[in-house]
Design a protein around this ligand. Sequence first.
Ligand code: NCC
Length: 261
Amino acid sequence: GARRSTLQLYCDLKQRTRIRTLDGTEEPFSGLGWDRLVPSLTLEELRRSQYQSCAVVTSAGALLNSSLGVEIDSHDAVLRFNAAPTKGFERDVGNKTTIRIINSQVEAPSSLYQDMTLVVWDPWFQKPDFDLFSAYVERRRVRPEQPFYILHPEFIWTLWDLIQNNTEDPIQPNPPSSGFIGILLMMSLCREVSVYEFIPSLRRTDLCHYHERYYDAACTLGAYHPLLYEKLLIQRLNEGEGGELRRRGRVTLRGFSSLQC
Ligand code: NCC
């Protein structure tokens, strides 16, 4: 079919992306008193006034030797993933972390996760891939002041539908990567979003993460997650100049609140 215009694509994403976190009102959580366990403000209420500019920092090896740290930290809010550190890598990735998204496989109690909003996800509630609930309850008890959310699986699968609906090939029936989830989250919370090394720059490399010596091209291209299709979709939304993508690995996206649909 004819390729839809970029604005139509943006508006489709805006219309269908509704951040949903576990609010404790559904069974079995309500029976366990989770409506009192979850933070009283939802993730969106937490940020009632939108951030002006946000950075999404992937964990890609191509960030190494990028010297992007100062640029990344200049954003109002910075999103990072899983166990990706800043300490020792400040020059390349900065050191500000406003929100961290972790998949349920990643252990929560860690000094990496202090002083920020934490968001954990798992594709299933009935039978989660990993038991995230006990760790969640424990952390809410110990640090009730820290905003900590569990994304609703329905939100995760809505994002999967978005990717499939904008892709001609049938994509694998596995959840999107944390990276894609994070990008859509920040498009909901910010007026403009800079995404770093999701679409590889000239520094593209098989180095999986900037912080460890492990080489696997699947980290960048995908195997389990429909990562390649996520990237093709995000590339279509890029409003930045080609040079920014090639040299800095930066894609510039509009936040949903800046769109008139
Ligand atoms: O590797 P990961 O992802 O933590 O990376 C976070 C996000 O950055 C983008 N990325 C990463 C590396 C790379 N070379 N290119 C990239 O574009 C991706 O968008 C990615 O989502 C995950 O999505 O949660 C994932 O988590 C890891 C792992 O569980 C955690 O790192 C543990 O700390 C998964 N790896 C394994 O399970 C072995 C990975 O598949 C997905």
